[in-house]
Design a protein around this ligand. Structure first.
Ligand code: ARG
Length: 269
């Protein structure tokens, strides 16, 4: 359950380059619609009791809105990412500056491997799960093991459309997982099945609508993209209240609800 997040208002959000299979420069963002979708997400988060902190966007980093990739927060410590693509690398310094200004201690243990923060490293309560291959190098996870102080289970990602773990894997706490089987190896699927008590395998059509890229907000709300009825039904069966909100303008860049926030209170922090 998330109580505090860092987000970035989409002031300069655009599709300027193509670094994942969702992005097409020709498929331009509709600015006013993106603003409305982002505002609605913030309203739902705040209405669910989540504290939303804001970092200002710089003009040269259109993907900075996806704050999940900034790094991970451990209590009052911030461990910054090492972005894979040069297009996103200038974000790192901007996030570090924000965390320093807000009194966080900043670590640098990720060198020399690339890794993309909470996009690929998710806290599931007793254990941490980390995705690797497309944006996080497996070697980076050795360094993370040392600092997270929890076992880190590795999951190799196999499908370039699901290039970050948070696009296909959504731990809800209490032994529950929503995930997309088409994004993992047979070994990864076996690990998921044995690690969680209640599992919901998202159908492909809803995985493509980023059903897994969701957040538990407050006690029992789950905020996710609209158009995922099977996932919503599964969430209801588990006693959650799904709050669906359109995120299409962000899916143009390969992200949805979860990508747009960095949790400030994960990893036992
Ligand atoms: N366009 C961004 C990229 O490719 C989207 C990032 C989505 N973030 C996430 N946590 N899945 O880097």
């Amino acid at each position: 359950m998330t109580r505090s997040v860092l987000m970035c208002r989409p002031e300069y959000y655009r599709i300027d380059y193509e670094i994942n299979p969702w992005m097409r420069r020709a498929n331009a963002v509709d600015g006013p619609v993106a603003d409305r979708q982002w505002d609605s997400l913030v309203t739902l988060l705040r209405g669910s009791g989540v504290d939303v902190l804001l970092v200002p966007q710089a003009a040269n980093v259109p993907d900075m809105v996806f704050t999940a990739n900034a790094g991970v927060v451990l209590g009052r410590r911030f461990i910054p990412s090492n972005f894979r693509f040069p297009e996103r690398q200038p974000e790192a310094g901007l996030f570090v500056e924000w965390f320093e200004d807000h009194g966080f201690q900043v670590g640098t243990v990720h060198e020399p491997h690339y890794w993309e923060g909470e996009g690929d490293v998710l806290d599931a309560g007793d254990a941490v799960f980390a995705g690797f291959r497309f944006r996080t190098h497996a070697g980076a996870l050795d360094h993370l093991d040392e600092i997270l102080g929890k076992p880190v289970h590795r999951l190799e990602l196999t499908n370039p459309r699901f290039y970050h773990l948070d696009t296909c894997f959504f731990p809800l706490g209490g032994g529950r997982i929503v995930y997309y089987p088409g994004a993992f190896t047979a070994q990864g699927l076996a690990l998921i099945e044995t690690s969680f008590r209640d599992t919901f395998a998202v159908p492909e059509v809803e995985a493509n609508r980023f059903a897994c890229n969701a957040v538990v907000a407050g006690r029992s709300h789950v905020i996710l993209n609209s158009g995922c009825p099977a996932t919503e039904a599964a969430l209801q069966q588990w006693g959650f209240t799904p709050l669906a909100t359109p995120m299409d303008e962000f899916i143009k860049a390969g992200g949805s609800v979860k990508c747009l926030l960095l949790t400030m209170d994960s990893f036992g922090g």
